[in-house]
Design a protein around this ligand. Structure first.
Ligand code: EPU
Length: 335
């Protein structure tokens, strides 16, 4: 096993924050991971680095999960189960599925990060959440080194949420995820307005999964910054859910406020809209900023420190609370 010291994590987090890991190791197999865990348990995990904001150097041993591999087994003529190791790049995997004509993940094209972290926050976009197609999550228990396979139900998925962010936080390392995908008669999800619009623009009226993937890629590329060009972690905040009474008060002042009713008492409002309304869209404070086309995304224009991005996030939280009496919750993990 090869450790490196004072290793820069700049290329290992999509925000492009330049902090150092005191000790760094990349593991390429489950066996290597177990070997490491036999002697070290107090570790800092990094995978795709797409949902984290690093605000300081990492003292613990940083373990980069680089376990690769994809295998598939046909269940019947309609569906296939695909087992994917944690270190596979998410978008490459989605493109592979589209190329095999395996349906279910096309709406989740171009989301940054790796397969192993997709269940933790139940990634979602354009009307689909990854929980819709996950069949199991395999993970190793850090304390006992025993592997456990969680069924979809056992993952306790919710909006940007799962058991791995709650009761089991920090206890397991995900090494593999299983997906059940369709091989024919794909259930296309084009209900999200922007997808329909994009398909029309592309001149497509009978879309297949490749058309949807391409439409999603076009929408995301037009709205969301590419982390290779400008550091970011996608949505920085969750969309808040507020009471209907609270919403009605806001709506009387802002009749145009977009909203997604959850049930009779609760309603979700887009954090991006609130942040834009508060005047932050496109603003820049040194190298930390708010993206000019999607206010939900905080960006690193080059050399921002994690602390600078975090300060901006707190400033936004405080302003939104003052202006709208809503406390935004950060979606990105802060270290
Ligand atoms: N809006 C604004 N100003 C903005 C951004 C959004 O007014 O700067 C308004 C839009 O006009 C629209 C509404 O807010 O009426 C919703 O915007 P959008 O469709 O862009 O989606 P979102 O709610 O802001 C969520 C996810 C995204 C996902 C999109 C599409 C969360 C926290 N974010 O964003 O996920 O791609 O829906 O499904 O749920 C991510 O998690 O990294 C991510 C990008």
């Amino acid at each position: 096993m090869k450790f490196q010291s004072n290793f820069s994590l700049k290329n290992y987090n999509t925000f492009g924050i330049d902090v150092k890991a005191k000790r760094f190791i990349s593991v390429a197999s489950e066996a290597e991971l177990i070997e490491l865990l036999e002697t070290e348990k107090d570790i800092f995990l990094i995978s795709g680095g797409s949902n984290m904001l690093l605000t300081k150097d990492v003292e613990k041993t940083t373990v980069h999960i680089d376990i690769k591999g994809v295998t598939s087994n046909n269940i019947d003529e309609n569906s296939v189960e695909v087992a994917v190791k944690a270190g596979e790049n998410w978008h490459d995997f989605v493109l592979w599925c589209v190329a095999q004509n395996y349906g279910g993940l096309e709406n989740l094209s171009l989301i940054p990060g790796n397969v192993g972290t997709c269940p933790i926050q139940n990634i979602g976009a354009y009307g689909v959440e990854v929980k819709d197609v996950i069949s199991y999550v395999k993970a190793v228990h850090i304390e006992t080194l025993k592997f456990r396979t969680f069924s979809n139900e056992e993952c306790e998925f919710g909006y940007r949420n799962s058991i791995f962010k709650n009761e089991l936080k920090g206890q397991f390392i995900i090494t593999e995820v299983g997906f059940v995908l369709s091989r024919q008669n794909h259930q296309l999800n084009t209900s999200y307005g922007a997808i329909n619009q994009q398909l029309v623009e592309n001149g497509i009226n009978q879309p297949n999964i490749k058309d949807i993937s391409e439409a999603v890629i076009a929408i995301r590329s037009s709205k969301l910054p590419d982390p290779k060009e400008i550091g970011n972690s996608g949505s920085f905040f969750k969309n808040p859910v507020i009471s209907m009474a609270h919403f009605q008060r806001l709506q009387s002042e802002y009749p145009e406020i977009p909203n997604y009713p959850m049930n009779a008492e609760q309603i979700k409002v887009p954090a991006g809209w609130l942040i834009e309304k508060a005047g932050f869209k496109g603003q820049r404070f040194g190298d930390a900023g708010v993206h000019e086309r999607q206010a939900l995304v905080l960006v690193n224009h080059g050399n921002a420190t994690g602390a600078e991005v975090y300060d901006l996030a707190c400033k936004i939280q405080n302003t939104i609370e003052k202006d709208f009496q809503i406390r935004l919750e950060m979606e990105v993990n802060i270290f």
